[in-house]
Design a binder for this molecule. Structure first.
Ligand code: PLP
Length: 416
């Protein structure tokens, strides 16, 4: 093939197996009818009838937006009211102590991009957990960095602090900056969550690894599914562990409206820095704003304005919380059905606490998923397992799904 791509771009292709499986499922559902197909690939909340959920309070605010509100250029950093609302909604009453600054981004992905692009050097290794969202790989590699993984969960089903420490220390010994993308709450693809004690342990490890050195760590808690991970205040308590860290540790929270406000396609999020150093905070705003200008330029105005309208009205925030709570509970009920049946069918799954996905660790995930497709069931094959989207499969369809999975695993001889 004659290639015209630059050296660093040669061979890239965006074959996303999540969207590929989803496309197949959607095409089949169009042909046979929705009730004949189980599409467990979608990473968005679908209601019990299979319709995309868009929270009512969000829909209402969108409809009220004036042309100026949705069509004007937003400031590159983001509207001030939006940035304040993000900080408030992200932390609630668990705001860590330190200088806190925010920059709007194109969803949570924008945060990951800027964090990697601006805080590591070309060729550096970026630390992520073994169980991670596939787009992490693309963000890291597209920026000409390399992937290094740590084991997220140990044999006992807890945060694997031993391996985390080992990998952090290794990277600190060899590079000036270590960027860690850490999806430790309602993890995609497993639903695993660190306890507050485990978050504290992770921070202690980071702190000790750079103590007395001139090395830096940029710790990026990715909280994409925060709003579906438990009671609003309770699930945010871990943010306090980022208070008053030394100035060579910068926390950048990857916050997004995609899930919490159910506006995935509106592409809006924010990177929120927590630092004990005022200069680091200012530099954070400067360099990331610059990168926004150099990539997507201004962010989308509409979701920012809708969020501002909701968050300045306590009644609307109450409704928002209530709606989310209902969907959090629905997702938990769906997950409970699967986990109970999986245990009955002797299927192991990675410890699930909350979030949109459950993962079944298995060898030969692709063969199992292919087998399931013969039954019009679609799940996402990963390197080390199968991802089941509990956010999008109704309770009715979830019932009996574990047995179907057991059959498919047995049929292809898949081992756990
Ligand atoms: N982080 C994780 C773990 C995710 O699964 C997602 C979305 O699927 C995101 C971040 C960011 O999503 P978005 O860029 O759509 O806000």
């Amino acid at each position: 093939m004659y290639s015209i791509a630059a050296e660093h771009a040669k061979g890239k292709f965006a074959q996303d197996n999540i969207f590929a499986s989803n496309n197949k499922a959607v095409a089949l559902a169009d042909k046979l009818g929705n009730d004949k197909v189980i599409n467990a690939t979608v990473g968005s909340i679908l209601d019990e009838e299979g319709n995309l959920v868009v929270l009512n309070v969000v829909q209402e605010e969108y409809k009220k937006l004036t042309p100026r509100q949705y069509a004007a250029y937003a400031p590159i950093q983001g509207y001030q009211g939006y940035l304040e609302a993000c900080i408030e909604q992200c932390f609630c009453s668990s705001r860590p102590e330190g200088y806190i600054r925010a920059v709007s981004t194109s969803g949570g992905t924008g945060v990951l991009h800027h964090a990697v692009h601006n805080y590591s050097a070309i060729g550096d290794e970026i630390l992520i957990s073994d169980w991670h969202w596939g787009a992490y790989d693309s963000v890291i590699q597209d920026n000409l960095r390399k992937i290094r993984t740590f084991s997220l969960i140990n044999e006992e089903g807890h945060f694997d602090s031993v391996d985390f420490k080992k990998q952090v220390e290794y990277l600190v010994s060899k590079q000036q900056n270590t960027v860690i993308l850490f999806n430790g709450i309602a993890n995609n693809p497993t639903g695993f969550c660190l306890t507050i004690e485990e978050w504290q342990l992770a921070v202690n490890i980071i702190r000790e690894s750079v103590e007395g050195t001139d090395k830096n760590i940029i710790f990026v808690p990715d909280v994409a599914y925060l709003d579906y991970s438990g009671e609003k205040e309770e699930c945010r308590r871990f943010f306090k562990v980022f208070s008053n860290l030394p100035k060579n540790i910068l926390t950048i929270v990857a916050y997004t409206l995609s899930k919490g406000f159910t506006i995935y396609g509106q592409r809006m999020g924010a990177m929120i820095a927590v630092t004990s150093d005022e200069g680091v905070a200012q530099e954070f705003v400067d360099i990331n704003q610059y990168s926004s200008r150099a990539t997507w330029s201004n962010g989308n105005s509409a979701p920012q304005q809708a969020m501002i309208s909701i968050c300045k009205d306590a009644e609307k925030v109450k409704r928002l919380d209530l709606e989310r709570k209902q969907y959090f509970e629905l997702i938990q009920q769906r997950a409970d059905i699967f986990m109970k049946e999986a245990q009955e069918c002797n299927i192991k799954f990675v410890p699930y606490i909350s979030g949109f996905f459950i993962t079944i660790p298995v060898d030969g995930a692709q063969a199992v998923c292919d087998k399931l497709q013969e039954e019009n069931i679609f799940m996402v094959p990963l390197k080390k397992g199968i991802r089941l989207a509990v956010c999008s499969v109704s309770k009715k369809k979830m019932t009996g799904l574990a047995a179907k999975l057991r059959e498919a695993m047995d049929a292809v001889g898949a081992k756990q």
